[in-house]
Design a protein. Structure first.
Length: 277
């Protein structure tokens, strides 16, 4: 744990809460975390964990080595403007806000002629709320190795991290892991409903569906073989799995997934254009 490290969360929603929970006592002391949230009703919970709070950006920001922007994208430009006076040369800015490109945020933090380059943009996902997230990160050219390591250690406190090259790659991350939990939940809904239709109770179907997902992903993660081989091992010619997979293929399952991810990536680019004005 880096006792000298201090972190400010600008925005105190669910993702900020998940990150702060992961960081406190591991990456830095709880007392070194400062949370800025306009919702004063949420402050008591932060304070109970030993963290300081404010309803608006304040001078405490100048003492924080890392700023984590976790506000809604439509509010980001105004929020950034309200924090700029407390930026220091060694401040590392980390953005977990969807829809705001790193270069856009860099321009808002600095000037068009001298954008703030010490910036890491991240795309986490909601399983971070239970410490099982995975986050894509991209750094601008002002981020040195020490800052990259620091950003990675922060996000690793709530799951795995994957570095990608740039904002374009983060659009792909958004389409896969950022939005991906919703795809999994949709498939779980379908499995549970299907289980009930073939004769299981709602609770039996739920337990079996959740256990199947957990076991299959664990097997895939720990196996040296690709998912295609693992799938083939479950599939006997002329058997029940083969019949189910044939139905999936007839409906164009792979194409549906590809189209869905393409739509998500396209929307990510559109939002960046919309919120980056």
């Amino acid at each position: 744990m880096k006792n000298e490290l201090s972190i400010a969360f600008i925005g105190g929603g669910n993702m900020a809460a998940a990150l702060a929970s992961g960081l406190a006592g591991k990456v830095c002391p709880a007392g070194s975390i400062h949370v800025i949230d306009i919702n004063q009703d949420s402050h008591a919970a932060w304070q109970a964990r030993g963290m300081s709070t404010a309803t608006a950006p304040d001078e405490a920001l100048a003492r924080c080595r890392v700023w984590v922007f976790a506000v809604k994208p439509q509010n980001m430009k105004d929020v950034v403007a309200s924090t700029r006076q407390w930026l220091r040369d060694d401040t590392l800015v980390v953005s977990v806000a969807a829809g705001i490109r790193a270069d856009t945020l860099a321009g808002w933090l600095g000037t068009p002629e001298a954008p703030w380059r010490r910036l890491v943009r991240c795309m986490p996902n909601t399983p971070a709320l239970v410490g099982a997230g995975i986050t894509g990160l991209a750094a601008l050219d002002g981020v040195g190795q020490a800052d990259r390591d620091l950003a990675a250690s922060m996000l690793a406190s709530v799951g795995e991290v994957v570095w990608v090259a740039d904002d374009a790659a983060l659009d792909a991350v958004t389409a896969l892991s950022g939005s991906g939990p919703a795809y999994v939940f949709l498939f779980l809904e379908a499995l549970i409903a299907g289980g009930q239709k073939v004769g299981l109770t709602a609770e039996q179907a739920r337990q079996l569906a959740l256990g199947t997902f957990a076991g299959a992903t664990k097997l895939a993660a720990e196996s040296s073989e690709p998912p295609s081989v693992l799938r083939e091992r479950v599939t006997s010619k002329g058997g029940t799995t083969a019949a189910a997979l044939a139905a999936f293929n007839a409906a164009g399952f792979a194409g549906i997934v590809e189209d869905a991810m393409a739509a998500a990536a396209r929307r990510s680019r559109e939002l960046a254009e919309e919120f980056g004005k």
